[in-house]
Design a protein around this ligand. Structure first.
Ligand code: ASP
Ligand code: MG
Length: 418
């Protein structure tokens, strides 16, 4: 007997028919004698619709009432799934986050999960029932309903899997796994059998929006493997696990050994903008002033590049921000530039960021050179470059973004083998 945790996303429970499909799948797993816990999201676009309703009654909605409202979507799908299970002869019970013992911080709308007190869940499992839990919510120290941030059901599921000490958390969604890049850009993108937490986090935060990043963070802390897969097929999806487990698996399955790729995936972020400050006095404290002022305004800064200006006592600086924050970021930067007696502030929103991700890069020299050569062959000009141990990012003109992804996908041999 194993402990199995399934999570179904909004599209997988989007209609009564789909809920019945999920019930049949869950029953099969339960019939094999497993203990099964299911975490659900709200049906389809329910959460957006609830938020839309909210805006029709208030311009300044109270955060406590926001949580009270948006958490209801998950209650609907959890109750319906429990009923669908019961109607095909599978004992089941639905529980809210609070009933399931999901305790969060006292922060409305975006709390982190602090603890899961599994008493009730275990009681119901011992009675032989499938336990269906609402994702996305818990309760705080006052007993108020709290939500944990948009897309948070993935994190609810991994946290429950960790508390139950399940080995795997199956996350069922409308894509069938993690791909080497967005298949809408590169039709020959390949589904990855597995990927490490670190790589997945980079891809998730780089705009490959398959999983809530906090779910990957939680899985890595508790050593839970996430199996991301399609609710419409029986096929294996992508296993997201630790780099060391991946190594073990590869050496065990020597016949199926994947060739060690330096680059596992390519991400494109089209939601960025670039800001430059010219002729900043090159002395201690200037960067702290500029980025301190941006931080006070809660503007998230990503790539930062500083270069020495010809005169030696001056430097040019450039950085990127999320595009919706460009206007505010320019205002703040202009204010600080004046204080610092720097030169002009320039900005460009017609850019995007292309990134290569892979833990194998650490041990394989030449990845950056190969990237730049592939871009130059396509006559794509690079505006900015940053690197980390497992990622190389380049800012290029927006119109070249997709072309860059295609060229790199090919240069690093990531496409499907025919
Ligand atoms: N229903 C919530 C949302 O739409 C949580 C989730 O789907 O993960 O954000
Ligand atoms: Mg989701």
């Amino acid at each position: 007997m194993s402990k199995i945790v399934h999570k179904y996303g909004g599209t997988s429970v989007g209609t009564p028919e789909k809920i019945k499909n999920v019930a049949r799948r869950v029953k099969r797993v339960h019939d094999l004698g497993n203990e099964v816990v299911v975490i659900v999201s709200a049906m389809g676009h329910t959460t957006d619709e609830l938020i839309n309703l909210m805006h029709q009654v208030s311009d300044t909605p109270n955060p406590r009432e926001y949580d009270m409202l948006v958490s209801t979507g998950e209650q609907v799908s959890a109750a319906l799934l429990a009923m669908a299970l019961q109607s095909i002869g599978c004992p089941a019970v639905s529980l809210t986050g609070g009933q399931a013992g999901v305790v969060t911080e006292d922060i409305y709308k975006k709390a982190r999960i602090k603890d899961i007190k599994l008493g009730r869940v275990k009681e119901e499992l011992n009675k032989g029932k499938v336990v269906v839990i609402t994702g996305f919510q818990g309760i705080d120290s006052k007993g108020d309903i709290i939500t944990i941030g948009r897309g948070g059901s993935d994190t609810s599921a991994v946290a429950v899997a960790a508390a139950l000490k399940a080995d795997v958390c199956d996350i069922y969604t409308d894509v069938d796994g993690v791909y080497t890049t967005d298949p809408r850009i590169a039709p020959d993108a390949r589904k990855l059998e597995n990927i490490s937490y670190e790589e997945m986090l980079e891809l998730a935060s780089l705009g490959a929006q398959v999983l809530h990043p906090r779910s990957v963070e939680c899985a890595s802390i508790y050593g839970i493997t996430i199996h991301l897969r399609s609710s419409l097929k029986e096929d294996e999806g992508t296993h997201i696990t630790s780099a060391s487990k991946l190594e073990e698996r590869r050496s065990k399955e020597a016949s199926k050994m994947e060739k060690k790729e330096a680059v596992r995936g390519i991400a494109l972020d089209e939601n960025i903008a670039k800001i430059g400050i010219l002729k900043v006095p090159d002395k201690p404290g200037t960067a702290a002033k500029i980025f301190g002022a941006l931080a006070v305004e809660k503007i998230n800064v990503d790539m930062i590049v500083q270069s020495i200006h010809l005169q030696g006592t001056l430097a040019d600086m450039a950085f990127t921000v999320d595009r919706p924050e460009l206007k505010k970021a320019v205002e703040v930067t202009e204010r600080v530039a004046k204080e610092l007696k720097a030169g002009s502030v320039v900005s460009d929103s017609d850019v995007c960021k292309v990134s290569l991700v892979g833990i194998g890069m650490v041990s394989q020299p030449g990845t950056a050179a190969k990237m730049f050569a592939a871009l130059s062959k396509e006559k794509i000009n690079i505006h900015m470059i940053t690197t980390s141990e497992i990622k190389i990012s380049c800012v290029v003109k927006k119109e070249s973004g997709k072309k860059a992804v295609l060229a790199l996908h090919q240069a690093f041999g990531l496409e499907k083998v025919a």
